[in-house]
Design a protein around this ligand. Structure first.
Ligand SMILES: Nc1nc(=O)c2c([nH]1)NC[C@@H]1CN(c3ccc(C(=O)N[C@@H](CCC(=O)O)C(=O)O)cc3)CN21
Ligand SMILES: O=c1ccn([C@H]2C[C@H](O)[C@@H](COP(=O)(O)O)O2)c(=O)[nH]1
Length: 263
């Protein structure tokens, strides 16, 4: 069984068995637990589910839209066949001053790469898209709003802080996305990918997703080993990566489970 299946399904089971049932902004109630944490050593294994299909390529494209293209234009995602942000598109075709907009506004990626290359013992390396001033103009407040970066013994370590985590839909994407981002940034800064730590403040399962998650839990004894992660070794500039420059080799998985997204 992949380590990700093991840790993710333990959290899932805990939420279903012991979670608190409460209301939220969307009108669809959730079972929730605070402060769920998963940690992976990216040298050992890539963090992805095998107990259901995770749309790896879609996840990578969304991550590149935010951190590489630094775009907030929903059409840019549709052009690459990704539709998961359509519900949050405003009249102007964007998601407002959210996500990629905040990365671009402060040149956050360039500053991070510069520090990783030239001042790796800096203890101020982060990407932070929680901008109080612009929050009223964001169509959705960012969920994965903070990453903190550390270099120890030639390894690049990433801690992701997620304020709100949709365990069935958002979280499997988010772990995969930041693991890929860590691999990419490590490669272009001459480092090895190290630890990836995923901290979720409010981890929840919407009530209309419970049946789907119970189906996934029944697959626990038929989980597969994690796939191998491949990254094109020729890419030396972060802005040159395309979604085809990373691949999962031998990704064995159970079939997808359709679950609803609450807007
Ligand atoms: N309630 C909620 N949950 C989220 O995960 C979420 C939001 N809202 N709002 C903003 C983004 C949009 N995200 C989404 C939205 C939909 C899927 C989704 O439907 N995923 C399907 C496959 C999608 C595909 O292949 O195109 C899945 O089975 O994972 C995933 C992430 C993540 N975020
Ligand atoms: O990358 C993402 C983006 C969104 N989510 C989820 C978490 C929540 O279910 C909703 C956002 O609703 P809030 O009321 O703003 O918390 O979207 C995610 O898991 N990952």
């Amino acid at each position: 069984m992949s380590l990700y299946d093991e840790k993710y399904l333990a959290i899932t089971k805990d939420i279903l068995d012991n979670g608190y049932f409460d209301t939220n902004r969307t009108g669809v109630s959730t079972y929730k637990l605070p402060h769920q944490i998963m940690q992976f050593n990216l040298q050992k294994e890539f963090p992805i589910l095998t107990t259901k299909f995770v749309a790896f390529k879609t996840a990578v494209k969304e991550m590149l839209w935010i951190y590489q293209k630094q775009s907030n234009v929903v059409e840019d995602l549709r052009k690459v066949n990704v539709k998961i942000w359509n519900e949050w598109e405003g009249q102007d075709g964007t998601i407002g001053k959210a996500y990629g907009y905040q990365i671009k506004k402060f040149h956050q990626i360039d500053n991070l790469i510069e520090a990783l290359k030239n001042n790796p013992q800096d203890r101020r390396m982060m990407l932070n898209i929680w901008n109080w001033q612009d929050l009223p103009e964001m169509n959705l407040a960012p969920c994965c709003f903070l990453t903190m970066w550390d270099v120890t013994d030639g390894h690049l370590n990433c801690m992701l802080v997620q304020r709100s985590g949709d365990i069935p839909l958002g979280v499997p994407f988010n772990s995969t996305q930041f693991a890929v981002l860590t691999h990419m940034l490590a490669q272009v800064t001459g480092l090895k990918a190290g630890l990836f730590t995923h901290v979720i403040n409010n981890a929840h399962i919407y009530e209309n997703q419970v049946e789907g998650m119970k189906i996934q839990l029944t697959r626990i004894n038929e989980a597969y080993e994690a796939p191998q992660f491949w990254i094109n070794p020729d890419i030396k500039n972060f802005y040159d990566f395309t979604a085809d420059d990373v691949k999962l080799v031998d990704y064995k998985h159970h079939e997808a489970i359709k679950m609803e997204v609450s807007v």
